[in-house]
Write a protein that binds this ligand. Structure first.
Ligand SMILES: CC(=O)N[C@H]1[C@@H](OP(=O)(O)OP(=O)(O)OC[C@H]2O[C@@H](n3ccc(=O)[nH]c3=O)[C@H](O)[C@@H]2O)O[C@H](CO)[C@@H](O)[C@@H]1O[C@H](C)C(=O)N[C@@H](C)C(=O)N[C@H](CCC(=O)O)C(=O)O
Length: 520
């Protein structure tokens, strides 16, 4: 997998800065500005390439202009900044353009530098609290089945045709995003599926992207460290459903916020239900859930019907598949092709991913790190668990604290064994986070409560869960999914749940000397 810094076209024709100056409405700058030309854009001095426009933005911890000298050394051709960054930028001797709010213009500027690459790629955008990543993988499979050379942008992986990148954010910064679309154009990509986070909408990362189809999956509590409340979070997501951003919308009406969105969206909307809701335009009916996936029938407008399946377990994956199928149809893919393509996806890294070990119990790694997602994962695994259901779960530090008791409660209410542990404590004391999770645990009546164990060391918690598993049990290690690190006190320590589980299985085997724990 390639690093995000290489997520740009190999060459890009230089564009005269004078053109940018007129695009920005003649901003103040140095006299040399009209002489320069730029061929790329970045907001990170560490990623500057020769000929780049370095956009020095104010941030929460630093001002990009503090790194102007580093950008100069790396070959930047010009700097765009705000009044606070002017002095440090001018000191480099590079041509400088100054505008009040460069972040607000970043999408437009980057699209201009790369020659409006989005015009050559049809984009389907997916927003919502849960299901975004899986849905984009399903969409990519459907686009491929329809003969497109497909792209994928999201928090698990980024694909530009055959190229694979490890993402830094769920939705890249506007400059990286436009560079990525330019790379897709270079690679002959004709259509892409993309996760659109609420941060991206709020911070203008997707300005200058136009979505052929925008899909809303669902909304539950998340990111309340960033948005002031759930209404603000919802209103931010609803911005995607305006004519400036998207042509048509697709919405899940099994979700209360989805139903609300249907009423207030400013573009033509198509609705779907994975629960057969009669008012929906498209419905999943005759749903048969299995341990490895589900079969169902898609019923659409005018009595159209098509047998479908999704090779990913759980009712929420029926909803994800329905969202993908309906969005593909809205994007012009024939229903039969959309259904066939979606049915080919066999898994998404870190999403309900089974760690192979040949044991008589199952260990599943899942990215669920929000109360609603933890709840639906536990409810759906309960349906396929013959033995005990164990969850290993933590809550992130320096993020939405309101989620902690809710996640503790979900684990204690819905699992048989809940092992509470750490998940990216960042600058916080892991024991304090665990205490807040316990507030939720204690809200569950004792007789209904899971057996709760507290083990702040995540590797030890996983080892414990695997070591205690017996015949027919399911262990779900929730929260990190595909992630490769644990954020602790300003450091990122290497940590991959799937690897830690695999090691724990091997250790267990060497301890017990046998695979099966049947009869223990
Ligand atoms: C709140 C937020 O989005 N912050 C982002 C923002 O940080 P910031 O403005 O505070 O930046 P800063 O560290 O003060 O630095 C100021 C400027 O100096 C630049 N700089 C900094 C250091 C250096 O050596 N050289 C340099 O040029 C930085 O690129 C930045 O432009 O700009 C940074 C550079 O792009 C981002 O990395 C950072 O995302 C942080 C890491 C983050 O965690 N964002 C999360 C909350 C996020 O966006 N999540 C969403 C949703 C996830 C989901 O639901 O799935 C996502 O889309 O990923």
């Amino acid at each position: 997998m390639r690093p995000p810094s290489s997520m740009r076209p190999s060459t890009s024709p230089p564009r005269p800065l004078s053109g940018l100056a007129s695009l920005l409405g003649a901003p103040s700058g140095t006299s040399r500005a009209p002489l320069a030309a730029v061929s790329g854009v970045t907001i990170d001095s560490r990623q500057v390439r020769r000929g780049d426009l370095y956009v020095a933005l104010p941030g929460a911890t630093a001002h990009g202009a503090d790194f102007a000298a580093q950008a100069l050394a790396a070959g930047a051709a010009a700097i765009l900044t705000d009044p606070a960054g002017r002095e440090a930028a001018v000191a480099t001797g590079l041509p400088v353009l100054v505008v009040e709010d460069p972040r607000a213009l970043l999408g437009q500027v980057s699209a201009w530098v790369y020659g409006e690459p989005v015009k050559d790629v049809m984009v389907i955008g997916v927003t919502g609290t849960s299901g975004k990543s899986t849905t984009t993988f399903l969409l990519e499979a459907g686009l491929r089945a329809a003969g497109h050379r497909a792209g994928l942008i999201g928090g698990v992986e980024i694909h530009a045709g055959e190229l694979r990148f490890a993402p830094k954010l769920t939705t890249p910064e506007a400059s990286d995003l436009q560079g990525l679309f330019a790379l897709m154009r270079e690679q002959g990509v004709t259509a892409a599926a993309m996760e659109v986070s609420s941060h991206a909408l709020a911070l203008g990362r997707v300005d200058s992207v136009f979505y052929d189809v925008a899909l809303f999956t669902n909304l539950s509590q998340d990111h309340l460290d960033f948005h002031k409340d759930l209404d603000d979070y919802f209103a931010t997501k609803a911005r995607l459903f305006t004519p400036e951003m998207s042509r048509v919308g697709v919405v899940n009406v099994d979700d209360a916020h989805g139903r609300e969105l249907l009423g207030l969206a400013k573009i033509p909307m198509t609705s779907f239900s994975a629960q057969g809701a009669p008012e929906a335009d498209w419905r999943a009916v005759d749903v048969r859930l299995g341990s490895d996936g589900s079969a169902f029938r898609v019923a659409g407008p005018g009595g159209v019907q098509e047998d479908a399946s999704v090779a990913l377990p759980g009712p929420f994956n029926v909803a994800n598949a329905m969202g993908a199928i309906v969005s593909l149809v809205e994007a012009g893919v024939p229903l039969h092709t959309a259904v066939a393509g979606v049915g080919t996806l066999s898994g998404v890294p870190g999403r309900m991913e089974r760690v192979p070990g040949g044991e008589d119990f199952q260990v599943i790694v899942d990215y669920s790190h929000k109360p609603g997602a933890v709840e639906s994962v536990l409810r759906s695994l309960r349906q396929v668990t013959a033995g005990r259901l164990t969850v290993v779960l933590g809550c992130g530090g320096d993020r939405d604290r309101g989620k902690r008791p809710m996640m503790g409660e979900a684990a204690a209410r819905l699992a048989d064994v809940a092992i509470l542990t750490s998940d990216n404590p960042r600058s916080e004391d892991p024991l304090r986070i665990l205490a807040e999770m316990m507030d939720g645990v204690l809200g569950v009546p004792e007789e209904e409560r899971a057996h709760v164990i507290i083990e702040p060391d995540r590797a030890a918690a996983i080892d414990l869960a695997v070591g205690r598993a017996g015949f027919g049990d399911v262990v779900v290690v929730a929260g990190k999914g595909h992630e490769q690190g644990q954020y602790v006190a300003g450091e990122v320590l290497p940590f991959d749940d799937r690897q830690v589980v695999a090691d724990a299985i091997v250790r267990r085997r060497s301890r017990t000397g046998r695979r099966s724990t049947y009869g223990e």
